[in-house]
Ligand binder design. Structure first.
Ligand code: HEM
Length: 143
């Protein structure tokens, strides 16, 4: 298996989580908590698959090197840094938020969800940005 291909699978899983999160937010704001639950569990599933696939990719392929030069390198590594910090932060936040909801502790769920949802969304969107920049716009040309 060529592990380099996993970078594309990861980006798709990441993009899917953004779509599920958007619908999940839309559904809770329109009062449909069952559809909200379905979307959030779907986001949780694709994000977990992403995490597994990402770890396999990292262990086998290392880092996707960035080929851009000059100012764009600063822009890219700044986005990458905040993306990684956000990703680390959501690892405990997401299960805590989901468990509170599944135990029907809804006021507590709502309180933490106001931090978890935007942060998770940010991590998903910045993940897509980092992928498009490093893999498609500024791919590393050296060996
Ligand atoms: C980690 C996954 C989840 C996230 C990030 C999330 C996010 C959110 C957000 C952003 C809100 C709206 C808060 C507001 O009005 O400001 C909310 C409310 C709510 N969520 Fe979730 N949710 C998740 C999982 C779930 C699950 C699995 C269920 C069902 C068991 C659920 C049930 C609800 C309910 C009933 C509300 C309304 C609470 C209220 O208004 O008192 N959520 N959630």
């Amino acid at each position: 298996m060529n592990y380099d291909q996993l970078v594309h699978a990861n980006a798709i899983l990441n993009a899917l989580s953004v779509i599920f999160l958007s619908f999940g937010y839309y559904f809770i704001k329109s009062g449909d908590w069952r559809k909200h639950r379905a979307m959030m569990i779907s986001a949780l599933v694709v994000s977990t698959l992403f995490l597994v696939s990402y770890v396999i990719y990292k262990l086998n392929s290392g880092f996707a090197k960035f080929g851009g030069e000059g100012v764009i390198r600063i822009v890219y590594f700044t986005i990458l840094f905040v993306h990684v910090m956000g990703a680390i932060a959501i690892v405990p936040l997401v299960p805590i938020t989901a468990i509170r909801a599944l135990r029907q502790h809804f006021p507590a769920h709502k309180k933490i969800a106001r931090i978890t949802w935007p942060l998770w969304m940010f991590v998903g969107i910045s993940g897509v940005v980092v992928y498009v920049m490093a893999v498609h716009i500024y791919p590393y040309q050296g060996s």
